[in-house]
Design a protein around this ligand. Structure first.
Ligand code: NAP
Length: 267
């Protein structure tokens, strides 16, 4: 008897992924499309998005959507969320993944550099979530929101003050939204990756010595792959996670278990 193809878990679902054309976001967009979802892929550059979209698996529900916008630009976010609801006829899952970092000793951090990170990693997340919530509540629709945070939500990152502050902030935003919308069937959760092989980390990913050093700090002995973040994102967005809200899932090869304590060095 011919075997029937495995059921797709997000057939006919509609998903928006900010920063969805590179790194972890790219893996998330691919995973949702593989499972049958139409994906609205956001990034700042239209040409990059137009080149990326045809690499996604095609789905029965219709074409994927290119949503060029800087998430820190309120009007641009309103435009692309509007466009997505119009073209897709609604939305089932929002993934706020876009994020940036910048390095500087804290005594030298400028207002501009600090705000640039906060504007993307915190305010950008707020704009996307607010615009989606508004539309769901207006129509009585329900859905799931996943925010990409970082282990630096709880592990301090010296010389990356704005990054640490921004990820701490989104952790509390997830808990606030989780509580605020729990009774209305809207779930909001976070994922907090450890060190993942993406273009954001080119500085150590492409340097064998630095790669070895990074790996040596991770209890599992290696950095993670973008797909290892994407699959838990799909889980949190799915019905399998129907009773989970306001939580952050650390996906870090044990990094938040504090590698230095693997062997006892105190009493
Ligand atoms: P990445 O490789 O640098 O990719 C970032 C993505 O965000 C790109 O698609 C980029 O596209 C988009 N983006 C950047 N600024 C944007 C803006 N203002 N508006 C819209 N899109 C924007 O980064 P990644 O490593 O995949 O990281 C993704 C998320 O995971 C971030 O939130 C990051 O903090 C978090 N994270 C990463 C790691 C890690 O080790 N990689 C660890 C913990 C947490 P364009 O450049 O085309 O705009």
């Amino acid at each position: 008897m011919p075997s029937t193809p495995a059921a797709k878990h997000f057939e006919n679902k509609r998903v928006f992924v900010s920063g969805g054309n590179q790194g972890i976001g790219q893996a998330i967009s691919h995973a949702f499309a593989r499972e049958g979802a139409r994906v609205a892929v956001n990034g700042r550059h239209r040409e990059k998005l137009d080149a990326f979209l045809p690499t996604l698996p095609t789905v029965n529900a219709g074409p994927h959507l290119s949503c060029a916008a800087d998430v820190a630009d309120e009007q641009a976010v309103i435009r692309v969320i509007d466009q997505t609801f119009r073209e897709f006829g609604g939305l089932d899952v929002l993934v706020c993944n876009a994020g940036i970092l910048s390095e500087s000793p804290s005594e030298d951090v400028t207002h501009d550099a600090f705000m640039k990170v906060m504007n993307v990693n915190v305010t950008g997340v707020m704009f996307c979530v607010r615009e989606v919530l508004k539309r769901w509540l207006d129509t009585g629709a329900r859905g799931s929101i996943i925010i990409n945070s970082s282990v630096h939500q709880i592990i301090p990152k010296p010389a990356f003050l704005a990054y640490s502050a921004s990820k701490g902030a989104v952790g509390n935003m997830v808990r606030t939204w989780g509580l605020e919308y729990a009774s209305r069937g809207i779930r909001v959760n976070g994922v907090a990756p450890g060190a993942i092989i993406t273009p954001m980390n080119d500085a150590w990913v492409n340097d064998p010595e630095k790669y070895k050093t990074v790996s040596s700090h991770i209890p599992m002995g290696r950095p993670g792959k973008p797909e290892e973040i994407a699959e838990p994102v799909l889980f949190l967005a799915s019905e399998k996670a129907s009773y989970i809200t306001g939580q952050t899932l650390y996906i870090d090869g044990g990094l938040t278990l504090y590698a230095d304590f693997a062997k006892n060095w105190s009493s």
